[in-house]
Design a protein around this ligand. Structure first.
Ligand code: SF4
Ligand code: SF4
Length: 185
């Protein structure tokens, strides 16, 4: 199925994603006047629809959203970490709390955090979507439904898994998502 997209209908086409999910194969024929942002979204939606294996599709969506979120944070120190490894939020509430959200309230460092290099060794999508009050005040906040790939390809229950699996690795989230698919069979 070929769908013509132009500047006028692009938002409507994206909103209609669910209508095309069960098509055998789709192709968006995108006019040059469509904004770059929407072109990228359509390219990703097209790819996701055309991946018929559900696990592979979820995997693609997961990685694509994580890549986007990483690109928004990378190299910007939006959490305002200082030289002691204390972020802006915890400087206010508890200056002895290192490594921000990766160091839990119960004083245990998340098992996926590499302390030597100060990085997450996994891809926790819920962690990447999370914004504390400090980030929200800076208008840095992402909702699951902000991403067409999450909004249109997942059920309500699956979205809850994506949002609330904080401190959990990708393998866990993927397992929980696939569990919901297998439940339906
Ligand atoms: S999201 Fe907030 S609490 Fe978490 S590391 Fe960033 S500033 Fe700190
Ligand atoms: S999974 Fe989340 S809490 Fe754990 S290291 Fe990665 S970003 Fe931090």
């Amino acid at each position: 199925m070929i769908i013509d997209v132009n500047k006028k209908n692009v938002k409507k086409v994206i909103r209609s994603t669910k209508k095309y999910i069960n098509e055998d194969k789709i192709k968006y024929n995108i006019a040059s006047d469509v904004d770059e942002k929407y072109k990228v979204e359509l390219k990703n939606i097209e790819k996701a629809i055309n991946i018929k294996n559900i696990e592979k599709r979820f995997n693609f969506i997961y990685d694509t959203v994580c890549d986007y979120l990483d690109s928004q944070y990378f190299g910007k120190n939006l959490c305002g970490f200082d030289e002691n490894g204390v972020c802006e939020y915890y400087r206010k509430v508890d200056p002895t709390h290192y490594n921000g959200c990766c160091y839990r309230e119960d004083r245990k460092l998340c098992e996926y955090f590499d302390e030597e290099h100060s990085v997450c060794t996994d891809r926790g999508i819920s962690c990447k979507l999370y914004s504390c009050p400090v980030l929200r005040k800076k208008k840095i906040e992402y909702k699951v439904n902000d991403f067409p790939l999450l909004k249109y390809f997942f059920t309500f229950k699956q979205k809850l898994i994506i949002k609330y699996s904080l401190l959990k690795p990708k393998a866990y989230v993927m397992y929980k998502l696939m569990e919901t698919v297998n439940e339906k069979k």
